[in-house]
Design a protein around this ligand. Structure first.
Ligand code: AHR
Length: 499
């Protein structure tokens, strides 16, 4: 009796200590790529998880787990990035094969908008979470952002066999092409059906039951929820805050699975034959994408916390053990705002803090958000244009939206992000509008007041430049992204509204 209890305890201890890649290895399908900014995916892994670069001086730092097999050292990031902005430059491969992810190069569908034509990098603090109570950061990927490796080692090619999983945010997605993680083309192009096999997450494909988002397979020129291009009613919406998506393929067959990363097991959404029409045999090329499609279609959005690719076709039992490991990691939400409280329902004006401009307030002229000199004796029209009501963030209740108090505009008009600019537009009720009009206050970059960053583009902050307001990315390609004066230009103090 004592002996069996002891061995039970030993098994339990081993299971707790094992990481997802230890479980895949025990199942005979080892990880050949393992990516996570939140935790080590092997119990013995203690090297760097990811690299960040800060806006103030361009220096980089590597972030490692707190201990072997543990959660990322978020405090090291917070200290390195204090009073500046930081981007994730590299997501290291923990498998030892060097399959690191760096910013995605231009493809035949899209070039990126970074100064070098590559895609944007993700903000390092865009997706804060906790794992077993320890803070960590995921990778919040807006449209135009992506990572890739075109020269990999050990990833399946041709009609090869592989498995993969990823943990995403079930509340961050869109219906555009393509928020993917997995196997793609080495030349960033679309040479035809069957040249990729990556997890797709969003509402862009035929989908399944409910309203999505769903897990699908991006097999090139098609986002498959099953073995046809039609809706798969057996595929459940994965709208839980943390969602596990699983894909595996081998000659002639493949499967899609998924579940809630915070509780319960995996459900098999599809398991069967390869789709007709050029997908059997597969012609895999072995690059790895994160956040973009094979030809760098980069209009998808989503959040990635961890994921791996394996050699071999993992058994359902191995994947079930990996899901149990993910649940035991206890992913949970945490605050995404910081700094002084901005009261919902208050009427405010926002004053610039750059030395040039401390008499200027965030205002608008015919819907273009700008800064103007405003005083209590300014015209009623100008005072109204510089006054805002704080409401709960339209896309995220932790953040805020700023509703115009200008009576010459529709009552439901808000400041919204639009291609880098800030506009005052009427709320059309769309998911896109709500996301574009949601901003998250954070500790001010220059220590004064607040900085406001875009919820759906967290590397972009309210910034005044030549008296016009932008959602600017520190060091980006536009003149208004200039690093000089960024911290001051992106910090605003709050006062009672002029009107
Ligand atoms: O299969 C969907 C997308 O189609 C792929 O990701 C991309 O390469 C192509 O545009």
């Amino acid at each position: 009796m004592f002996r069996s209890l002891l061995s039970l305890c030993l098994v339990a201890a081993t299971l707790v200590a094992a990481g997802p890649c230890d479980l895949y290895a025990s199942g005979g399908t080892p990880c050949v790529a393992a990516h996570s900014t939140t935790r080590a995916l092997f119990s013995a892994y203690s090297k760097s998880l990811y690299q960040i670069k800060r806006g103030s001086d361009g220096k980089t730092a590597n972030i490692a787990p707190l201990s072997a097999g543990g959660v990322a050292n978020a405090a090291a990031q917070d200290s390195f990035c204090a009073s500046t902005t930081c981007l994730i430059t590299t997501i290291y491969d923990q498998s030892g094969r060097g399959n690191h992810l760096t910013k995605a190069p231009p493809g035949t569908a899209n070039s990126g908008t970074d100064p070098d034509g590559f895609d944007n990098l993700a903000a390092a603090d865009g997706a804060p979470v906790t794992l077993n109570g320890h803070k960590a950061y995921g990778v919040f990927i807006p449209p135009g952002t992506g990572y890739r490796n075109d020269a990999t080692n050990g990833i399946a090619t041709g009609d090869g066999t592989e498995g993969m999983y990823a943990v995403f945010d079930g509340g961050h997605f869109n219906n555009k092409c393509c928020f993917d993680y997995g196997n793609a083309e080495v030349k960033n192009n679309d040479p035809g059906n069957g040249h990729m096999e990556a997890i797709y997450f969003g509402t862009g494909g035929p989908g399944g039951a409910g309203t999505g988002p769903w897990v699908g397979a991006d097999l090139e020129n098609g986002l498959f929820p099953g073995n046809t291009r039609s809706k798969n009613n057996n595929s459940a919406s994965l709208s839980s805050r943390f969602a596990t998506a699983v894909l595996k393929g081998k000659p002639g067959a493949w499967a899609l699975r998924g579940g809630n990363s915070a509780s319960g097991g995996l459900k098999t959404f599809f398991s069967g034959a390869r789709p007709a029409g050029g997908y059997n045999p597969m012609k895999l090329e072995g690059a790895i994408v994160l956040g973009v499609g094979g030809d760098n279609s980069n209009r998808g959005q989503g959040t990635f916390y961890e994921g791996v690719m394996t050699a071999g076709f993992p058994s359902d039992a191995t994947e079930n053990a990996v899901q149990a490991n993910i649940v035991a990691a206890k992913y949970a939400t945490t605050a995404i705002v910081s700094g002084p409280v901005v009261n919902v329902g208050s009427h405010i004006s926002l004053r610039a803090t750059t030395a040039c401009c401390t008499n200027r307030f965030i205002s608008h002229t015919a819907g273009t958000v700008n800064t103007q000199v405003v005083t209590s004796s300014s015209s009623a029209a100008l005072r109204q244009a510089a006054s805002w009501t704080v409401v709960k963030g339209l896309a995220n209740g932790q953040c805020i939206s700023l509703q115009s108090r200008d009576p010459s505009f529709a009552a439901n008009s808000f400041i919204r992000f639009s291609s880098g600019k800030l506009l005052v537009n009427a709320n059309d009720g769309s998911k896109q509008f709500k996301e574009d009009a949601t901003f998250c206050p954070r500790i001010p970059l220059n220590g004064k007041g607040h900085s406001y960053r875009s919820w759906n583009h967290p590397a972009r902050y309210f910034r005044h430049f030549n008296a016009v307001m932008y959602a600017a990315s520190n060091g980006g390609r536009n003149d208004f992204d200039a690093t000089k004066l960024f911290n001051d230009d992106a910090s605003f103090t709050i006062s009672n509204a002029f009107a």
